[in-house]
Design a binder for this molecule. Structure first.
Ligand code: CA
Ligand code: CA
Ligand code: CA
Length: 438
């Protein structure tokens, strides 16, 4: 089954290319005659989302004159590339092993320097999220829903299954039937927009790794998530190879809004300028379809956490999307390593990266009852999503802007990190939940 899914995903990408997204001004779809006259091809797909009506023109090459004709049509709001967005994780050496921790049974907890750094094996004691101390204040809440928007999640993983969101109407309903009437068939744990079905099983490993960072169960297996209690909604739009189409990302965000999540955790992205047409004044730097979707999340009061990217670049100069979309609910996360320095791969930005969190040699869950260490801002982002979850578990009425401000103002200032983010330091779960700002 798994190899079949991979082959299908690949063939779809090759056959369709990425094409163009055309957003209509009206919320109503065109008749088939109208659509044919507008697009002059039948190779289009309609997406009616809460944020409007979108068509994807599935042609690899659309000429400049054709784009211009579409843009100038009075029915069209905008035309943007349905570009492929990617993840960029880096596999590293096995995680360092430290001493055991009293009262903690998860055997690999000692590899989780991000939660408790004992200073062994070249790490620096105390460079961690103060997780143990924060759990004395709050351990999370099952009511907090976090969408992991990624390659899917292995919802059967023994260290994850207890913290997966369950859509009860679908879990107790009929296969092939949209039992809760939300427009998505059989979405028990979330949805798969890469393959268009209700099964967001992870066929990569990236999404399962991110989910474990937030939500691995505190038990006698493997590792611990930064939250003991939480509900993970698996929203897949990235394929087995870790790439995904812009339109599918938009659909994924729209679905997560519909499901009423509190936080979206986004460990993906691309340089923002690639979506813009070069040399044109007034052209948006960010893909407008993605911006619309994030704006919808903002209007729904949802925190949108995003990885700052792994290109060692200053995002004040080279913006990264979606992390640097200028909306108040967006939190851009850079990465630090276990010695307390910026991870060598991490993007940074004194004005555009909000906070820094552990992202190097992070041990977490991967599909098939396994664990692995990965590095990237992809790993730092879910730690911040989880801390945002702890904050909201304790203070559920905070707005996304307040959660973001809390994460920035309670970060521990660090001389060697001060030029890399607005926070000038690194996040601490304890300081965040106790609102310690000194
Ligand atoms: Ca459903
Ligand atoms: Ca069903
Ligand atoms: Ca565990």
């Amino acid at each position: 089954m798994k190899s079949l899914a991979i082959i299908l995903a690949l063939s779809v990408q090759v056959a369709l290319g990425s094409g163009y997204i055309v957003k209509l001004k009206a919320d109503k779809a065109l008749s088939s005659d109208q659509a044919l006259s507008l697009f002059q091809t039948n190779d289009v797909s309609l997406n009616q989302l809460s944020i409007g009506t979108y068509y994807v023109v599935n042609l690899k090459e659309v000429g400049a004159a054709e784009i211009s004709r579409l843009k100038n049509d009075p029915r069209v709001e905008y035309v943007v590339k349905n570009e492929i967005i990617k993840i960029d994780p880096m596999v590293t050496d096995p995680a360092m092993i430290g001493e055991g921790e009293d009262g903690i049974n998860d055997p690999d907890f000692t590899k989780q320097w991000a939660l408790k750094n004992d200073g062994k094996n070249g790490t620096k004691a105390g460079v961690d999220l103060d997780a143990l101390e924060s759990w004395n204040v709050i351990k999370g809440d099952k009511k907090i829903k976090i969408a992991v928007i990624d390659t899917g999640v292995d919802y059967n993983h023994p260290d994850l299954k207890d913290n997966m969101f369950i859509n009860e109407a679908e879990a107790n309903g009929k296969p092939g039937v949209d039992d809760d009437g939300n427009g998505f068939v059989d979405d028990i744990h979330g949805y798969d927009f890469a393959n268009g079905d209700g099964d967001p099983m992870d066929d990569n490993k990236h999404g399962t790794h991110c989910a474990g960072i937030i939500a691995a169960t505190h038990n006698d297996l493997g590792i611990r998530g930064i939250m003991k209690d939480v509900s993970i909604v698996a929203v897949k739009f990235l394929t087995a190879r870790g790439g995904g189409k812009t339109m599918d990302a938009v659909k994924a965000i729209d679905y997560a809004v519909k499901m009423g999540v509190d936080i979206m955790s986004n460990s993906w992205g691309s340089p923002a300028s690639s979506g813009a047409k070069k040399g044109r004044r007034g052209e948006p730097k960010f893909n407008k379809a993605i911006m619309d979707a994030v704006k919808r999340a903002e209007e729904a009061g949802i925190v949108f956490v995003a990885a700052a990217g792994n290109s060692k670049m200053d995002t004040d100069k080279t913006p990264f999307s979606p992390a640097n979309i200028p909306l108040p609910n967006v939190i851009a996360v850079g990465s630090i390593e276990s010695g307390g320095k910026r991870s060598s791969f991490s993007n940074y930005g004194a004005q555009t990266v909000h906070v820094m969190a552990p992202g190097s040699s992070i041990h977490s869950t991967v599909p098939g009852d396994k664990y692995a260490s990965l590095s990237g801002t992809s790993m730092a982002a879910p730690y911040v999503s989880g801390i945002a979850g702890l904050i909201l578990a304790l203070e559920p009425t905070l707005t996304p802007t307040e959660v973001k401000q809390r994460l920035i103002s309670t970060s521990l200032p660090q001389e060697n990190l001060k030029s890399y983010s607005i926070s000038k330091g690194r996040v601490s779960a304890l300081r965040a939940v106790q609102n310690i700002t000194n």
